[in-house]
Write a protein that binds this ligand. Structure first.
Ligand SMILES: [Zn+2]
Ligand SMILES: [Zn+2]
Length: 118
């Protein structure tokens, strides 16, 4: 029997397992970091103009497409497109519907009391 060889093999295996475990731990840490990073950078909002989901980090002056006029049943009167689903002819940035700054200005501004006017 070669006991020393067996012992060496066991020690080797142990080292392998330890290394693999630490590698898994490092990988887990990296995945966690990636997850928290992606949560921070991806900021999905709904546009109040076109009602589409958009990413605030990819919101450019041409990202939001709306029509300047109404759909008249046959076509868009602004650009003559025939389908209601056709992309808009007016390019702009997406605007989020629930912008807290805007809402505060609108609702907490000075209000006119009509009783005072009469
Ligand atoms: Zn149009
Ligand atoms: Zn939009």
């Amino acid at each position: 029997m070669n006991n020393t060889l067996l012992k060496e093999k066991v020690i080797q295996n142990d080292a392998h397992i330890k290394r693999a475990t630490s590698e898994i731990m490092a990988l887990k840490k990296r995945i966690d970091k990636m997850k928290s990073n992606s949560y921070r950078t991806v900021d999905i909002k709904i546009c109040r103009k076109c009602h589409k989901e958009y990413n605030e980090n990819a919101n450019f002056n041409w990202s939001c497409r709306t029509h300047q006029s109404d759909f008249g049943g046959v076509m868009w009167w602004c650009c003559g497109r025939k389908n209601k689903e056709d992309p808009g002819c007016k390019f702009s940035r997406h605007e989020s519907g629930n912008d807290p700054d805007h809402n505060n200005n609108e609702h907490h501004g000075e209000q006119i009391n009509f009783d005072d006017l009469l």
